[in-house]
Design a protein around this ligand. Structure first.
Ligand code: 13P
Length: 243
């Protein structure tokens, strides 16, 4: 399957500078059409403008959504609102949401269902802590999170899995290729052949080719290296050519 290179801007990006990065990304992709599908998940405040600036060259996604469609939930954004702003994807269960907003696997599953209800594709994030890896529990943790965070009814069309070891996020540390391949093969056994499995955690232009060349790695979820269009384009160019 075609790989997916998804940028998660996290809480970064303001007006004109963000607009310029979207424009540069669109121009770069037009000049050198990628082997991979591309997705940008900016902050919710930028989705409508980014959607306009992308001009259909790539889709936009949210970084989180509330489980309800509307209501008295001050400060929250629903999947329907993301869709209304121009998004077609949403990340749910990112470890930063699980950590700082105490989201449980059940919360994440409810958000994935909300994404589907709104017609969005959900990127469900899972991954172990450094302690869990050191104690040899990585595969158990990943199995448990998959079982509890991905609702019944998931299909390759409505759901993508992102494996993001928490200790590799924003640290410059990555698992070895063998470690990534082991976890992805394990996830593959659980989710089946058609579902995309992304790797995330310190993916950069310098290591992208090796990581994206691994079996069962169907793309990347990229934080820091997605913020500058030139870095992100270099990383997209490293995608493996798969049909
Ligand atoms: P970094 O690429 O900055 O490590 O972030 C990874 C991530 O959390 C993507 O969702």
């Amino acid at each position: 399957m075609r790989q997916l290179i998804a940028g998660n801007w996290k809480m970064n990006g303001l007006g004109q500078a963000a607009f310029a990065e979207i424009e540069a990304l669109r121009a770069g992709l037009a000049a050198d059409p990628p082997h991979a599908d591309v997705l940008v998940c900016p902050p919710a405040t930028l989705i409508a403008r980014a959607h306009w600036a992308a001009k259909g060259a790539f889709p936009l996604g949210g970084q989180d959504c509330h489980a309800q469609a509307s209501g008295a939930f001050t400060g929250d954004v629903s999947a329907e609102m993301l869709k209304d702003a121009g998004a077609t994807w949403v990340i749910v269960g990112h470890s930063e949401r699980r950590q700082y907003h105490h989201e449980s696997d059940a919360d994440v599953a409810a958000k994935a269902r909300a994404a589907w209800r709104a017609g969005l594709t959900a990127i469900v994030c899972i991954g172990e802590t450094e302690r869990e890896r050191m104690d040899g529990h990585t595969l158990d943790v990943v199995s448990r999170q998959l079982g509890a965070s991905v609702p019944d009814g998931a299909t390759p069309q409505n759901t993508v899995i992102a494996y993001e070891p928490i200790w590799a996020i924003g640290t410059g540390k990555t698992p070895t290729s063998a470690e990534i391949a082991e976890v992805h093969a394990h996830i593959r056994k659980i989710v089946g052949a058609g579902t995309r499995i992304l790797y995330g955690g310190s993916v950069k232009p310098s290591n992208a080719k090796e990581i994206l060349g691994l079996a069962d790695v169907d793309g990347a979820l990229v934080g820091g290296a997605s913020l500058k269009a030139q870095d992100f384009l270099a990383l997209i160019a490293a995608a493996a050519e798969r049909s």
